[in-house]
Design a binder for this molecule. Structure first.
Ligand code: ASP
Length: 420
């Protein structure tokens, strides 16, 4: 058993998948050999894992934002430019994701299992559209705890995190100027709490292979292999969208930086490979920073802005994935989200990606908040556990490529000189 636990997570998930196929076939492969109600119990680990992820989502997002704002080295005047680059790149990512999801319609290739008409009507009633007044109304919560308790208010949560982070940062700068150190304990508490939540998240992630086993075995036993067709189309669609986002980065670099796309791809491949293999943009951060300075040849200040500061807020691959997942599940449930509902998906995905930490599966955690915000049922995210381990690697590579792009754009159209 301990040998099994030492295997990399993706190997454990693949083993879980293979066992699930065997068990699913033995249990009927679409013609269940026992009452469906009994087979439904196989989904319990996935339900619990999702509930744990969604429980950890709020502290993770909040602490990740406050921690970055409090500890990052952000030179004066850079915040605006960085803010603009990050927002525009994320917007493009989500638009690409929604475009591909609407064109390929991965969820319409097959049903994930039809919920009853009553259930569909109930979900449809909850799937909110974009209402600017209601949105504004919910931005300022009635109490400071509400965004932590109410899972539908991801925007309020992110704004609260930003406000607290900026306030603490200003206080810290003021105290440093006055040679005071009162801010230090709170900075340490925030960092320790953030690390603790990440540790708890690791424990939940250990259970993912069991969850995948249960949900896949149940699905195959009850519905056979049909539902997986659409999942395959979804994987292809997400990869296609992520590749398009990569092309967009190269185009921006071509027109906005002295670095050429070829130069970036040949000299800057290390962090992309590291991101794919670790599925963590934070773990890749030192490699990204080093590569940008040593191999690509950027100024230290630009490298640190994109790779160190940007990487905490800049998760375009994650934003794109969350928006596509919401559309995929909605399509699979035959709920075609209209334009205003998709706009709300876009908005919440932007905020959720800002708060997604650069660690494996963070996108899955924040996705629960996107689903809750637009009224989609989170239990269907369980089926995505099957493919998330792989898509996580691809989207992490795009997250890192986004950070590198921001650094190249900040570095401008002239390469550094000997005086720089
Ligand atoms: N693993 C991703 C990253 O580290 C975050 C995510 O799960 O989307 O950037």
């Amino acid at each position: 058993m301990s040998k099994l636990l030492k295997l990399p997570l993706y190997t454990q998930i693949i083993i879980g998948l293979v066992l699930a196929v065997i068990v699913g076939v033995l249990l009927g492969a679409g013609k269940p050999v026992m009452p469906k109600e009994n087979l439904q119990n196989l989904a319990l680990p996935a339900v619990l894992v999702l509930r744990a992820l969604s429980m950890l989502a709020t502290p993770l997002i909040f602490l990740s934002i406050v921690n970055t704002l409090l500890t990052a080295d952000l030179p004066g005047g850079a915040a605006k430019k960085l803010g603009f680059l990050l927002t525009s790149n994320t917007l493009v990512a989500i638009v690409i994701g929604l475009f591909v999801a609407n064109t390929v319609q991965p969820g319409n290739w097959n049903s994930l299992g039809k919920p009853s008409p009553e259930k569909v009507a109930e979900i449809a009633a909850k799937s909110k559209g974009f209402d600017p007044f209601q949105l504004l109304d919910s931005v300022v919560p009635e109490s400071i705890i509400k965004p932590f308790a109410d899972k539908t208010s991801v925007i309020a949560l992110v704004l609260l995190g930003l406000a607290m982070g900026i306030a603490l940062r200003m206080l810290k700068q003021k105290q440093i100027a006055e040679s005071k150190t009162d801010y230090k304990p709170i900075e340490q508490i925030i960092t320790v709490l953030f690390t603790t939540v990440i540790q708890m998240l690791h424990w939940v992630i250990i259970l993912v292979p069991i969850a995948v086993f249960g949900i896949v075995a149940r699905t195959i036993a009850i519905q056979g292999f049909e539902p997986f067709k659409s999942l395959l189309v979804f994987v292809v669609a997400v990869i296609l969208a992520l590749v398009l986002q990569g092309c967009y980065y190269l185009l921006r670099i071509q027109f906005g930086s002295w670095v050429t796309p070829k130069h970036l791809l040949t000299r800057g491949a290390d962090p992309l490979v590291a991101a794919f293999s670790t599925a963590s943009s934070t773990a890749t951060m030192p490699i990204t920073y080093e590569t940008l300075i040593e191999k690509v040849g950027l100024r230290k200040s630009s490298a640190s802005l994109g790779a160190l500061v940007g990487s905490n807020f800049n998760n375009d691959g994650t934003a794109l994935y969350e928006a596509m997942s919401a559309l995929f599940i909605a399509q699979s449930l035959h709920l075609n989200l209209n334009l205003s509902q998709q706009f709300l998906v876009m908005l919440t995905s932007i905020f959720a990606s800002v708060g997604a930490a650069g660690i494996p599966e963070a996108g899955l955690v924040t996705m629960t908040l996107v689903f809750n915000s637009v009224g989609l049922p989170t239990e269907y995210i369980a089926i995505l556990l099957t493919v998330d381990w792989f898509l996580d690697r691809v989207r992490t590579a795009i997250n890192v490529m986004g950070d590198m792009t921001v650094s190249c754009l900040v570095d401008g159209k002239t390469a550094k000189t000997a005086e720089d």
